[in-house]
Design a protein around this ligand. Structure first.
Ligand code: ZN
Length: 113
């Protein structure tokens, strides 16, 4: 399952941060999940506790933020906010959008106990 490997990625980031900053437990993990990333937030929350078990990420609250996705429109030259891939430019209605952001997931910051 896709979400399990994402959770493993999150846990390894927390682990590396725990080693580097000498903390034993993360209280909260703030994630940014791009609206185009196809990450299933519910599946992620469901998979997280078992992946985090026995690590500094165990019991941490997942705070999930969804930043707007942006694309550059080759027709009108505007950078626009989009909610899905393959749509038309909300500014001019053109179809030549180059997605710039919104497809990624990252750990933004950690709150440690
Ligand atoms: Zn446009």
């Amino acid at each position: 399952m896709h979400e399990v490997s994402l959770c493993e990625g999150i846990v390894s980031i927390v682990l590396a941060a725990a080693r580097a900053n000498d903390f034993v437990r993360a209280k909260a993990i703030r994630l940014e999940i791009g609206p185009l990333s196809h990450v299933d937030e519910r599946a992620l929350r469901f998979a997280f506790p078992s992946v985090a078990h026995g690590t500094p990420a165990e019991g941490a609250e997942l705070i999930i933020e969804v930043p707007p996705a942006t694309a550059f429109c080759a027709d009108c030259g505007e950078t626009v906010t989009i909610t899905e891939r393959g749509g038309d430019c909300p500014s001019c209605g053109g179809g030549k959008l180059l997605v710039q952001s919104g497809g990624e997931m990252r750990v933004k910051d950690l709150e440690v106990a």
